[in-house]
Design a binder for this molecule. Structure first.
Ligand SMILES: [Zn+2]
Length: 157
């Protein structure tokens, strides 16, 4: 029971950052964060990382994360008729998105180091950085499709 509440909170937290929430979800999330220390800490950590990320001097397309997530979701709808796979979809999507957000400042520092030490053109660095962001979502799609193929195979036997 509690597990599901926290999962919902994590999912809404990710959504609130990317595309905003419906008012009812926003109220629910605020109430949960107020009474749940674990999710509250995670929300604060996410805000800190996002703040750090905003100070990074690179123009990542603002809607990149939203577009990537939308693509993952559309792909999931194409391949899903029953709702059984939705838990995995959300888990993998949220994990990949958070991984992207949390690793972005480190990765950007790595790219900056490459640029200053080897004279890599800025455009190549920015493209590499954007790719780093997009790749986890693509991996997530592959993982979901793989999971689906496995479960379909199991039903066939
Ligand atoms: Zn919680």
């Amino acid at each position: 029971m509690n597990e599901n509440l926290h999962e919902r909170a994590q999912r809404l937290l990710a959504e609130s950052v990317v595309e905003g929430l419906r008012p009812a979800d926003e109220i629910w999330l605020r109430e949960h964060l107020a009474e749940c220390t674990g999710c509250g800490l995670q929300a604060a950590a996410t805000q800190n990382v996002l703040h750090a990320l905003r100070t990074v001097p690179v123009n990542v397309p603002r809607d990149l994360a939203a577009r990537t997530q939308l693509r993952v979701r559309l792909r999931a709808q194409e391949t899903s008729t029953a709702g059984s796979g939705s838990f995995w979809l959300w888990a993998v999507t949220a994990a990949s998105w958070l991984l992207g957000v949390f690793s972005a400042p480190l990765v950007w520092r790595g790219f900056a180091w490459l640029g200053s030490n080897f004279g890599v053109p800025k455009l190549a660095l920015e493209l590499g950085f954007v790719m780093w962001w997009a790749v986890p979502a693509l991996v997530a799609v592959a993982a979901v499709l793989h999971q689906r193929a496995l479960s379909t195979g199991a039903k066939g036997i």
